[in-house]
Every structure is written in structure tokens, then in C-alpha cells.
Design a protein around this ligand. Sequence first.
Ligand code: GLY
Length: 579
Amino acid sequence: MKKDFRPVLATALLLSCFQIYAAPAVSTGHGGAVATVSEQASQAALQILDKGGNAIDAAVAAAATLGVTDPFSCGIGGGGFMLIYSAKDDKVISIDHRETAPAYFTPSVFLADGVALEWEAAVPNGISVGVPGTVLGWQEALTRYGTMNFEQLLAPAIKVADDGFAVSENFNRISKINEKKFARFESAQQLYLTDGKAHAVGSHFSNPDLANTYRLLTQGGAKAFYEGELAKEIVAAVNQPPITEGTQVLSGQMSLNDLKDYEVRLRQPIHSTYRGYDVYGMAPPSSGGIAIAQALNMLETFDLANLPRAEVEHLYLQASRLAFADRNAYVADSEYTDVPTMGLLSKDYAKHRAKLMSGQALSKSEPGDPFVYQEDPSVPLRPASATLSPESLHTTHLAVSDREGNVVAYTFTIEDWGGSGIVVPGRGFLLNNEMTDFDFSAPHPNVAEAFKRPRSSMSPTIVLKDNKPAFTIGSPGGSTIITTVLQTMVNHIDLGMSLSEAIDAPRLSQRNGDTTLVETMLAFPNSEQAKALAAKGHKFAETDQIGAANGIVFNADGTVTAVSESKRHGVGTALVQKQ
Ligand code: GLY
């Protein structure tokens, strides 16, 4: 049969046009800056900065727009962590608006006949849905640190949702992965599939239901989400999911009170130091801040700047493995379990653990004993299971700064790509499956409990030098978030790469598993780098791409450089104000 090359040519033409007009993944200038994975979201943030909004305002505008253009990674049906450097207060604050377990949750919620469900089987169901935190998180951030309201900040997102956009390769790729999940629910099928298939690349997609939901928030604020008609519809979607014929589902038992009682937490960020930098990260229930600080503390015991790249990467993988051994054993929601934070962050503990790092690649490692380094030695916990439970690789991260010197590093999510797969009927947004970030069997610090927040890996990070922002970085990617942020920091600080080189470099992710995950998209498996690491005993598993980082560097000459991905996740958009 003769092959028809027309679709291929059409795609090539489309791509070359896209490349000609593509928004930049790196921009430098004197104004406020933004980096996200979505051109529309970055433009929304820039528009708000140009209207006089600050970084917090612009972050909310970008996040709301990402909920339209990147709906499989994030949105108002999920939750997140926002880290803010407030220039006026000269301090870093974190706003935890992680999804919370409803009141009916018990440690056995993910057991069937006493046996833990497979992670994949638990995801596309009402039971995987936690009480969303995003809307209250935005409101809290704006009330405390913003200057604008929902009406002003959701306007760009409403326009994008109403006007729509051409489906990108990336949007199509992720919807394709979700075809089976979306086919389980009437509302998801109607919004995200055409005849059971992902919308074609180049076809027009709009989401007027989401535009109207955002309009509701502009009128009623967060209360319009957590109480009233919309709250009832969320509860109905969780408890009686809108399944298609023949679908079996595990329904949730969320109550209206679960929504009404949802609270945002202002948390002290994790603070550590690394080679003269002050590093601020997210505290529990995220494990990101502690794991990154701990790995950096171990790496600080080596003179990385004077070692060959392969040796630096070898040590980075060793440190990451050891940090994950502890993270998997000890870190969970600190309102429910005594996380030995002080011990884990101790430089002496790091020195002790770093002794394991020289020599050949470590194999799966046992957690250490940070309790010896706690000032409160009465904490009775000792190593729990050090296994890594399955987590998906999705979520989104954005970075914004403004002329006043405020910085926002914001990671938010609906967990898996496409979350639970349940679109709230008529409302245009997907509900999260964040509850599958709990460990399914007890005893474990991260086991499911009522009102608890599941352990996260989200790692929005702000780094200061001499009390001024030096750079900010974050990424999506489940537990690979931690390794992406850590590796980018090592690339930038120790290997002397610019932030864009550090983000573009091939990623390696070691989370105390049998193998290290590497990227085929960046041709890593056959590279000289890979051979050098293999000679040290590292074994690889391949994946297309890892993470989708966004960051901003504050340059010594007073300019800022916003940096997004130039290759991964369909390419991001970094912009700096001109006027
Ligand atoms: N669901 C991804 C994370 O919280 O790390």
C-alpha cells in the first residue's frame, strides 16, 4: 500500500511554524519575570505585572490559566505549595494548600479484603479524591500578600477558557495516555475526548464550563467553591461519580463539612545552607524541602567544583539515594507523625551518612538513624519500611518575580495526569487523586488517616545569597521533583552551568531504587556520561523525559533571567517585563 505522507508533512509544517513563532524559553531583562510551561499562562502573568500587580498576583493569574491550558497536571480540583519571598518582610513564607483526607478516611481505606489495592486501580475512583485546596490557597496568598482580586486575576484565564486554543502535541500526548481513564466518566469523556479518542493536534479546544466556574469565584470568592451549589456538585461527583455504562467505580464518602472545614496552613519553610547560599524549601507534608537539604548537606562534604562531571553526578546519585532512604521511612504529615526534621537536617548526620558515598554505586539502602542527631531524643520512631510507593510523574511548577523583589515559587497539582479522571459535571475541571500519595498499608508514617495530608515531593525552592534572592527553581514529576530540583542546583552551583544549561542538561533520578531513571529524549542512555556512570556500577531505566522545571536567576548586574524548558513538556515560556 502506498504511504500517505500528507499528515506527516502537515505536522512538520505546523511544527516549523511553531518553532518560528515559539515563545522564548529564556528571557533576560530588568522587570518582573515569569516562567511556566504554558505560553498563555506566562502571558497572563506578564499582563498582570504590567498592570501593576505583584508576583503573588501574577502567580495566581498564571496558575488559573495553567488550569485551562495544562488541565491534566493542575487545576482548582487539586492542591499545592506556594513559597513566597516577601521583599518587604525580607523573609520566605510557605502556603500549604495540599489536599486533605476527608473525615471518613482510615488506614484501611485502600485495602480490599485486607490487601492493598494496586496504585493504578485506586486512581480513577471517588476514593482517591482529597478535599481540594487550590482555591483557598490562592485566596489566602492574595489576602496576605497580593494586591488584586479574583475578578482581575482570573480574567485572563476566563478569556483563554472561552476563546479556546489549538490542541498542542503535548496536550494531545497527555490526553492519549488518559483515554481509558476519561472513558470511565461521562463528564471527562465529553470534555476531553472525541469519539473516545484524544482531541487531535491542531483541533480547537475551549472550556466554557471552566470559564463559568472561574466567574463564580470572581463573584463569591473561595466560599463559592467550598460551600453552596458547587460544593454539593463536587461532593456528588466524588460520592456518585458520573460513570459511563459498564464502569465499576470505588465511590468516595466526602461530606459538605469536609469542604467547608478545609484549611490552608502557613508553614515555616525548611531552611538550610549550601556553599554560602541559604536554601528555602517546602516543609512536611512535602518531603521535598528536607530531602533536598539533606542531599545538599551530604554533597557539601565533597569538593564538587574540582571533580570531573561524571564523579559529581555519581555523588549526586549516591546522595539522592540516601536522602530518599530516609524520606521514604520518616517523612509524612508532621501533624500526625513525629518527623525527625532536626536530625535529618543536621550537618553532622550528613557527614556521617556521606561516608557511605565514596566508592562504587550503592545498592538499595536502609534508612539511617537521624534520631541520634535530634535535640529531642525521646522521639520513639525508628526506621519504617524504606520502600518507594508508586507515585505518578505529573504536576506543574511556575516561577514569578516582580520589580519590588518579591519572588513566588509555586508547585501545584491534581496528582496523576488527569487526576482521578472525574470532571465535575458542568464545571469543566478535574478532581485530584491526591489520596493515592498515601502509603496503602500500615504501619507507616504516611498511612491514610482522616484529615491528614498525604506526603508530597513538591519542592518549590527559593535560594538566597547575602540575604537577597539568588535564584528560584521547581518542577513537576512526583518523587522525581526532588531529584530534578537537586540536580539542577548541583549543575548550577557546583558545575557552574547557567540556569538554562542546568535545566536543559539530561536528568538522572535515583530514589533508592534498583535503577536510576534516565531520559531517552535527551539521548542519555548511549552518551559518554552514561558510560562513565555505568563504570561506577549505576544501572539505568529509561523514560522519555523527567520533570518540567521553571526558574528565575537574579543576576549580579541587576537583571533577571527567567528560564523554562527548551525541550521537555512541549517547551515552556519565559518572559521578562519590558516596560
Ligand atoms: N502528587 C505529587 C506530589 O505531591 O508530590
